[in-house]
Design a protein around this ligand. Structure first.
Ligand SMILES: Cc1ncc(C[n+]2csc(CCOP(=O)(O)OP(=O)(O)O)c2C)c(N)n1
Ligand SMILES: [Mg+2]
Length: 682
């Protein structure tokens, strides 16, 4: 809440109230950038009219409750223009003060350099990397359609919110927006209203140096409803276009709005210089003069401007109250559905699903073997009925990733209640769409592809980790073990690079039972995304009963097999290599060497255990440790110590049957034994 409202009106403010509102946002945004001496003033100045219509008229939101389930979502895909969004959040009455605006871009402020989810009330998603917000909004739109299909009932339109976004040239140049737009057009998502800030300017100058396509035609070809507004200051035209976009129910809408970056700045308008630098003290004075503000004053918010936007915000309080009443009535008519949604709102899972996590016997495999991807598919299908919020799909690989939910239909036009998604060969958009779904309460989204193609979805993975969202990534074909597809398809550095992302949890289970447990861990996880990394090839179903310690994936690493006497060394492995080290342990025993086997499905989860537990698994006294993982050794040294060793992949793979490749690269019992022995000789 603001502490001071300046009573003084700008002297020359002759225009009508709405114009004054818009100009206040412009000047306020430019003031904040100037004070921070850093930021992007030009685009907030140019897009203030569209912002004014969205926050002042079209969007339904309640500043007192930024989490109101049926609020319209707003995404500023051009995240650099965040002063626009901060201005409106403050003006409409979110818990953001003028002081916060003055602290733009400062340490620990609520107004960071790009919008950050979880930090500023009213920010729906973190944006900044161009193109992401655009695609996130498609995920939000999918989520709305799915919630509506699942929960809405005749007379109970619980979920009918819209997704609004402002996107820029950069957003539409990035490939991810094209992937996402194609997907949204195919899905006929009519709940999307995107405004494209067509200002012909990016950092290097006029867009004509690189971007001359007809964006409107491209979006029409994607199946979008496309409109154009040739003057971004023409409120009536903008308003009409937004109304038409809202009325369009079977196509996503793009409104191309021709604007002029830094409108109102006599020397910077239409220049790239207004993109990412403060206007300068003198130029800002000229801007204030142009809009009729006192050039000597800063952060001026005329009383009637604040009143206008606060009134707009307060309308949302009433809207939410109406919705609450609707939900109360719904609760009486549909107690089960209402209960399910309330549980989801608390981030809780329905009771009983854990009991559906399957156990696998050796007899369940083919000659005692089962690939972990098949175990994953069986696990997902076994729990799917008890977890209706779990939805997802693959980037055209579901027959390989085993992620199809057999008893549930496809999410497609005409059936938004379906739970299987065909993301198409659009991994990047899949990742970003998952983020948009993951910010929506009630959904646990997953997306699948081969581990190698996690590279194609890295930007949204990183953003999910930053936002602590929890989409589940299912990555199969996890090593040279995929065989004949060869080096292009064989991941080497992907595990290490995923593990390097803060807040990311990677699980590479050793067998069918570890896989089932890994799914459970993933579903219970909070605070960041989880990647389940799985084999294409069959691996032995480990007879847990045979070993002293039962597997405990939820602790990240555990002693799978202990020798009869005190161990001299520790063999550490993940995934398909666990079977190998178990065999090597046996061979070493025959040679009179006592080796402990540690299965380490997740380094990140292990790191969260207490010191006593960590000590128990890796005692300081046992420093002879051999790690075996068919991937880059980067990151393993911490566990192997200076006295240990690693059998990993230090080069790219080859095309050949998997068994030949494991032999070629030293993943054999003989090599593990030989390396263990030479390590002991030290
Ligand atoms: C993926 C990505 N690449 C590069 C950048 C750096 N960057 C920030 S804004 C921008 C382009 C600005 O042009 P536009 O998107 O048209 O925004 P405008 O200047 O018109 O506001 C670039 C390259 C980024 N934020 N994200
Ligand atoms: Mg631009």
């Amino acid at each position: 809440m603001p502490t001071t409202i300046l009573a003084k009106e700008p002297a020359a403010a002759t225009a009508n109230d709405e114009q004054l509102c818009i100009d206040t946002v412009r000047v306020l945004s430019a003031d904040a950038v100037q004070k921070a001496n850093s930021g992007h003033p030009g685009t907030p100045m140019a897009t203030a009219p569209m912002g004014h219509l969205l926050w002042g008229k079209h969007m339904r939101y309640n500043p007192r409750d930024p989490a109101w389930p049926n609020r319209d979502r707003f995404v500023l895909s051009a995240g650099h223009a965040c002063m626009l969004q901060y201005s409106f959040l403050y003006l409409t009455g979110y818990d953001l003060s003028l002081e916060d605006i003055k602290n733009f871009r400062q340490l620990h402020s609520k107004t960071p350099g790009h919008p950050e989810y979880g930090l500023t009330p009213g920010i729906e998603i973190t944006t900044g990397p161009l193109g992401q917000g655009f695609a996130n909004g498609i995920g939000m739109a999918i989520a709305q359609k799915h919630l509506a299909a699942r929960f809405n009932q005749p007379g109970f339109e619980l979920f009918n919110y819209m997704i609004y976004a402002i996107c820029s040239d950069g957003d539409l140049m990035e490939g991810v927006s094209g992937e996402a737009a194609s997907f949204a057009g195919h899905l006929e998502l009519g709940n999307i209203v995107y405004l494209y800030d067509d200002n012909h300017i990016t950092i290097e100058g006029n867009t004509n140096i690189t971007f001359n396509e007809d964006v409107g035609k491209r979006f029409e070809a994607y199946g979008w409803h496309v409109q154009a507004v040739e003057d971004g200051n023409d409120l009536a035209a903008l308003d009409k276009a937004i109304q038409a976009a809202r009325a369009e129910t079977t196509r996503p809408s793009l409104i191309r709005v021709r604007t002029h970056i830094a409108y109102g700045s006599p020397n910077k308008v239409d220049t790239a210089g207004a993109h990412g630098s403060p206007l300068g003290v003198d130029e800002l004075k000229l801007v204030k003069k142009f809009f009729g503000f006192d050039p000597e004053e800063s952060f001026v918010v005329p009383g009637k401007v604040l009143e206008y936007y606060r009134a707009a915000g307060e309308r949302g309080i009433g809207l939410e109250e109406e919705w609450d009443q609707l939900f109360d009535r719904y609760k009486k008519e549909y107690p089960e559905l209402a209960g399910a949604y309330e549980l989801a709102l608390q981030d809780r899972l329905p009771t009983g699903w854990e009991k559906k996590i399957p156990g696998f016997q050796v007899a369940d495999g083919k000659e005692g073997k089962l690939s972990t991807r098949v175990a994953l598919g069986k696990t997902l299908n076994s729990i799917a009925a008890s977890l209706p919020g779990m939805i997802g799909g693959a980037a055209d690989l579901s027959p390989s990733t085993e992620t199809h939910l057999k008893d549930f239909g496809d999410f497609e036009p005409g059936d938004f209640g379906g739970r299987n998604f065909h993301f198409g060969i659009r991994e990047h958009a899949m990742g970003a769409v998952l983020n948009g779904m993951a910010v929506t309460k009630g959904l646990i989204p997953y997306g699948a592809t081969f581990l190698i193609f996690s590279d194609y979805m890295r930007p949204p993975i990183r953003l999910a980790a930053i936002m602590k969202l929890r989409p589940i990534y299912i990555y199969t074909h996890d090593s040279i073990g995929l065989g004949e597809d060869g080096t292009t398809h064989q991941p080497v550095e992907q595990l290490a690079s995923l593990r390097a992302i803060p807040n990311m949890t990677v699980l590479r289970p050793a067998d069918a039972n570890e896989t089932a447990q890994a799914v459970k861990v993933a579903l219970l996880h909070k605070g960041g995304p989880v990647a389940l990394v799985l084999t294409r090839q069959n691996v032995a179903i480990i007879e847990t009963g045979v070993y002293k310690t039962a597997g405990d994936v939820s602790r990240g690493a555990y002693i799978l097999s202990e020798p009869e006497r005190a161990p001299e060394l520790i063999l550490i492995a993940t995934g398909s290599e666990v079977e190998l080290v178990l065999k090597a342990q046996k061979k070493l025993r025959e040679n009179g060497i006592a080796a402990r086997v540690v299965s380490m499905p997740s380094m990140e989860i292990f790191e969260k255990q207490d010191d006593a537990y960590k000590q128990r698994i890796f005692p300081k006294g046992i420093r002879k440790r051999l790690a075996v993982e068919a991937a880059s050794p980067v990151g393993w040294h911490k566990y192997t110590t200076d006295e240990g060793d690693m059998i990993g992949m230090t080069r790219f793979g080859e095309s050949a049957p998997a068994a030949d490749l494991f032999k070629e690269f030293g993943f054999t019992v003989e090599n593990v034994v030989a390396r263990a022995k030479s390590m002991l000789r030290g």
